[in-house]
Design a protein around this ligand. Structure first.
Ligand code: CA
Length: 435
């Protein structure tokens, strides 16, 4: 049976919205106090790779062994071969007619604990984090707020814009987000005030894990870029808009971003996303062609991703009233002006060394229409138009107790749908001075 329609013997994996047999994302988990270890999400369970190591051999076993220290860096460094061997073996073990089914079932929660009983960790030690700005609709929407006549700066269509982010403050989903304190310039004033951020926002982004790194001074060509991708996740680039507005000139974001970045804990592989690759949208007439080092026919033909992205908000009052989280946005990775391979090629073209476990953010991925915006800055038009929630509450920016939930889904006729799992974070009150 082709993998596209195969099923697992694990009942909850059948028609699971995120983790059917076709996904098999990797993550790092513990079962309450145990050492963090690597597992694969399957239905409502996690397949514990260390506990099941005896079921692997050859390249697949190499992949399992590379995760033995509870981090995916060494696994990322192995590249695509062992990762694909691991995937093939996982399908054999977990598919409906697996000869190993009874043996694995007998081991029960030893190899297949319930995900609900596990704690997720960061997948890897992240040495470096770069946040790009490739969501062109977002760049235009934000540009319009600042420069109504000239929203995109002249470099945008030539350079995949990015900045060096803070790796030490990246946290897995469900870690609370403390509202930052900082300097902000009140409207009409010439000197700043200090205090908690009043314009706290989220940014809906795709996270990109780097697999094999490169040698310092030796760029990764665009044709090779795919081999250097470790996988994908969701990323919320929490943003303090008032701090950002005061600090960003002339060098870009600093403390308005570095207080926290949240990611979904599961690494979705290139193999799982293969059915959801699409052509990069044609550039509108008048846009320049990418420079040669960013242009590859194969990448243009099939280097974009078709992933549906969703943002939901749940306030403390909504949870109290048992109201469901409310959708704020439905967008897509189709709004990326540059492909993931172009980001890798650009990042390393100057000889910069990328390392296994580095993380990229795509930049906020908004669509062109209302209901498709990936930040409150865009949804509320810079805080000018409040939104009213099902609870009757209004929001311009995030309040303490608000929880932001990012989700992602891939669907295509004839293929099992897969998802990324969630990237959540609840805003908690700012650090209080003198306490
Ligand atoms: Ca961002």
């Amino acid at each position: 049976m082709p993998l596209s329609i195969a099923k697992s013997w694990i009942p909850s994996a059948r028609h699971h919205p995120d983790f059917p047999l076709q996904n098999l994302p990797l993550g790092i988990f513990d079962t309450g106090g145990s050492a963090p270890r690597c597992g694969v999400a399957i239905g409502d369970h996690i397949f514990d790779l260390q506990a099941a190591a005896g079921f692997f051999e050859g390249e697949a076993l190499r992949a399992v062994q590379a995760t033995a220290n509870g981090q995916l860096n060494r696994f990322f460094e192995l590249g695509a071969g062992p990762r694909q061997a691991l995937r093939q073996r996982l399908v054999q073990l977990l598919e409906e007619h697996s000869p190993w089914r009874a043996e694995l079932q007998a081991l029960g929660t030893q190899v297949l604990p319930l995900a609900a009983n596990c704690q997720m960790h960061l997948p890897a030690r992240i040495n470096d984090y770069t946040d790009f700005y490739v969501g062109i609709e977002h760049a235009q929407n934000v540009g319009k707020l600042l420069r109504p006549d000239n929203p995109l700066l002249p470099n945008y269509k030539y350079v995949p814009i990015g900045y060096h982010g803070r790796a030490s403050t990246i946290r897995p989903s469900s870690t609370p987000v403390r509202r930052p304190n900082g300097q902000t310039l009140p409207p009409g004033q010439s000197a700043p005030v200090f205090g908690p951020c009043q314009r706290l926002d989220f940014e809906l982004e795709l996270g990109i894990w780097i697999g094999q790194g490169n040698t310092l001074g030796e760029p990764i060509t665009i044709g090779q870029a795919g081999e250097h991708l470790g996988g994908f996740c969701l990323l919320n680039d929490w943003s303090a808009r008032d701090i950002q507005a005061w600090e960003y000139q002339p060098l870009g974001p600093f403390l308005s971003k570095s207080f926290m970045t949240s990611i979904s804990p599961w690494v979705v592989t290139a193999e799982a996303l293969a059915p959801f690759r699409v052509a990069q949208p044609k550039r509108p007439t008048g846009d320049p062609q990418p420079l040669g080092y960013l242009l590859d026919a194969q990448d243009q033909a099939a280097g974009a991703l078709d992933i549906e992205l969703e943002v939901l908000l749940s306030t403390e009052a909504m949870r109290h009233q048992q109201l469901p989280a409310q959708r704020l946005s439905l967008s897509s990775t189709r709004h990326m002006y540059w492909t993931v391979a172009q980001l890798v090629a650009h990042h390393s073209i100057n000889g910069c060394q990328l390392q296994a476990g580095d993380l990229f953010g795509s930049g906020t991925l908004s669509g062109p229409a209302a209901g498709q915006f990936g930040s409150l800055l865009e949804i509320t038009d810079g805080g000018k138009k409040a939104i009213t929630l099902a609870s009757g509450e209004v929001r311009r920016f995030l309040e303490d107790g608000d929880e932001v939930i990012l989700r992602a889904r891939c669907a295509r006729e004839g293929f099992a749908s897969i998802g990324f799992g969630e990237c959540r974070g609840i805003v908690v009150s700012a650090f209080e001075w003198g306490r």
